[in-house]
Ligand binder design. Structure first.
Ligand code: NAP
Length: 250
C-alpha cells in the first residue's frame, strides 16, 4: 500500500510511535525512526523493520528544539530521497496541579506536544507542497477535547495541536497536502503498564471507557494507516478519536 513512500515518525523508539513505524514499514514505507535519548531502542526498531525486509534509518532529535527539525526531516531526504508522510507522534506530559505548573515544565510540554509539531508540520508542509503531495498525521489525545486533572499544560498543548492541524489543512489542501490528527484514549504502553496493572487504577480508567477495555498500540496504527493510505485521499483537517468511546462521557 505504501511502497516507494518515505515516512518520518517522531518518538518512534517506544510505545505508540514504535508501533506506527513498524506498521508503516509493514505496508512498504521506508521509515525514519526519530528518538530523543533512547538510541538503543530506536536501533532495535530499525533492526526489526530491516529483519522483516524493510528499510529504516534512525535520527536523534528533540522535537521541542526547532534547530533539530531540518536534521530530522533531512534524514528522509538524504537517506531515502523523498518525504511523503510525517507522523508527529513524540509527546510527553508531567503531572502537576494547575497552581503548581512551573514555567520551565510548561515550556517543555508545549514545546514537545505543540510547538515542535507546529514547526515540523510547517517544514514538512513546504517540502510536500512543492511536490504537490503529502500526508501529515499528528498524534494528539482524547484530552485535546476532554480536560484532565493535573495535566493542564499537556491538555492545552494537544488542544492547540488540533487547531493547528485544521488551519494547516485549510491552507495546504490546495497544494495536495493532507493534515489530520489521531487522538488516542487510554492506550497500553510499557510506560503506563505498571499503573494499569494496579487493579484499583485500572477500574477507575475502565469506568470512563464505554468499550470496556484499554486500547492497544495496534488500535492506533489502524487509524494512522488509514490516514497514510490512498483510502483517505479526501480526508483533511479531521480529528479521529480512537478511544473506545471515552469522549462520549464528555
Ligand atoms: P511513550 O511510550 O512515552 O514514548 C514516547 C516516545 O516519544 C519515545 O520514543 C521518546 O523517545 C519520544 N520522545 C519523548 N520526548 C521527545 C522529544 N522531545 N523529541 C523527540 N522524541 C521524544 O509515549 P506514548 O504513550 O507511546 O505516546 C505517544 C503519543 O501518543 C504522544 O504524543 C502521547 O501524547 C500520545 N498519547 C498517548 C496515550 C497513551 O495512553 N499512551 C494516550 C493519548 C495520547 P526516547 O525513547 O528517546 O525517550
Amino acid at each position: 500500500m505504501l511502497e516507494e513512500q518515505v515516512a518520518v515518525v517522531t518518538g518512534a523508539s517506544r510505545g505508540i510511535g514504535r508501533a506506527i513505524a513498524v506498521a508503516l514499514a509493514g505496508e512498504g514505507a521506508r521509515v525514519v525512526v526519530n528518538f530523543v535519548s533512547n538510541k538503543a531502542a530506536a536501533e532495535e526498531v530499525a533492526s526489526l523493520i530491516r529483519e522483516a525486509g524493510g528499510e529504516a534509518l534512525t535520527v536523534q532529535g528533540d522535537v521541542s528544539d526547532r534547530t533539530s527539525h531540518a536534521r530530522i526531516l533531512g534524514e528522509a531526504l538524504r537517506g531515502f530521497g523523498r518525504l511523503d508522510i510525517l507522523v508527529n507522534n513524540a509527546g510527553m506530559s508531567k503531572r502537576q496541579a494547575f497552581l503548581d505548573v512551573e514555567a520551565g515544565d510548561f515550556d517543555y510540554q508545549i514545546g514537545v506536544n505543540f510547538t515542535g509539531p507546529f514547526f515540523l508540520t510547517q517544514a514538512a508542509g513546504r517540502i510536500m507542497a512543492a511536490q504537490g503531495w503529502g500526508k501529515i498525521i499528528s498524534i494528539s489525545s482524547v484530552h485535546d477535547a476532554q480536560p484532565m486533572r493535573l495535566n493542564s499544560a499537556y491538555c492545552a498543548a494537544k488542544s492547540a495541536l488540533v487547531m493547528m492541524t485544521k488551519c494547516a489543512a485549510l491552507e495546504l489542501a490546495p497544494a495536495g497536502v493532507q493534515v489530520n490528527c489521531v487522538s488516542p484514549g487510554a492506550i497500553l504502553t510499557d510506560e503506563n503498564r505498571p499503573r494499569l496493572e494496579d487493579p484499583a487504577y485500572l477500574a477507575q480508567v475502565l469506568a470512563k471507557i464505554p468499550a470496556g477495555r484499554v486500547g492497544g498500540v495496534d488500535d492506533i496504527t489502524g487509524a494512522v494507516l488509514l490516514l497514510a493510505s490512498p483510502a483517505s485521499a479526501y480526508i483533511t483537517g479531521a480529528v479521529l478519536y480512537v478511544d473506545g468511546g471515552m469522549l462520549l462521557h464528555g
